[in-house]
Design a protein around this ligand. Structure first.
Ligand code: HPA
Length: 259
């Protein structure tokens, strides 16, 4: 089963780079890398582009997921920097996602926009692949109390951080984490029938939960501090036999995804 890693903020190199490749999609070209990790060649896709040049609301999510599907990828492991709304999930912790709340506003949401194509409604009751997430938790167990196996992720539009009132509202809605990139990525993965799991790195408390302003530097500094451990999690995950059952392939509509 071929695996891709979508690297978020602060995750730009994972192992020996073997090749870079440009993939054509109906939504534009995507650059991916083949990387050798734990003896396996995996595809690495830097979500924000090479050199972190694309802000969250401008990421070409459809092109990225289409490219992975076209390359024959079956499993996707995504990383993302997040702010925490949950006092148990502190900066430096690793959190696996189990649910999302979509607070985005202006992004293309789907591969199925009408326009003569089929109208489909994909099931996202459990948006993240439970089989892959279970294996990811095994790979991260060495972090002990600094890893959490489930969380509700709220995706905001960005690129600004949230207001204190927005953070307060999201906490009341039951969100544990806030970030800007996991939606629509996870939805497009489901539409394509891919297995998708996500590990978040908590970089800061949500806006208004501290008495100082939030900065990009704070986020990047924590990401830098956690890079070695994140790499270790990814290496352990890749080395695992990721067997078991899931229904991700049947829930998607990959039969409609051709150029
Ligand atoms: N809000 C949104 N996105 C983020 C945050 C945050 O507090 N931290 C890292 N990414």
């Amino acid at each position: 089963m071929s695996l891709a890693i979508i690297g978020g903020t602060g995750v730009y190199d994972l192992g020996a780079l073997t090749a870079s490749e440009n993939v054509d999609t109906p939504f534009g070209e995507v650059q991916v890398f083949r990387v050798k990790v734990a003896g396996e060649t995996v595809i690495f896709l830097p979500r924000h582009g090479v050199g972190h040049s694309v802000p969250p609301h401008r990421i070409n999510y459809r092109a990225n997921i289409w490219a992975l599907h076209a390359l024959g990828v079956r499993e996707v492991l995504a990383t993302q920097a997040v702010g925490s709304l949950n006092l148990r999930m502190a900066p430096g912790h690793f959190v696996l996602l189990s649910q999302f709340i979509d607070w985005t506003k202006s992004r293309p949401l789907t591969f199925f926009d009408g326009d003569g194509g089929p109208v489909v409604h994909v099931d996202v009751t459990h948006p993240y692949c439970q089989r892959l997430t279970g294996h990811l938790l095994r790979a991260a167990e060495f972090l002990d109390e600094r890893v959490h196996g489930e969380a509700v992720y709220a995706c905001t539009e960005g690129p600004r951080f949230e207001t204190a009132a927005e953070v307060h509202a999201l906490r009341m809605l039951g969100a544990d984490l806030v970030g800007m990139t996991n939606v629509p990525e996870v939805v497009l993965a489901r539409e394509s029938g891919l297995c998708y799991a996500a590990v978040s790195i908590v970089c800061n408390w949500g806006a208004g939960m501290t008495n100082y302003p939030l900065t990009q530097d704070e986020v990047l500094e924590i990401m830098r501090d956690q890079t070695a451990e994140l790499r270790e999690v990814l290496h352990r995950f890749i080395a695992l036999h990721r067997d078991g059952n899931c229904t991700c392939a049947e829930l998607g509509f990959p039969q409609y995804l051709s150029a």
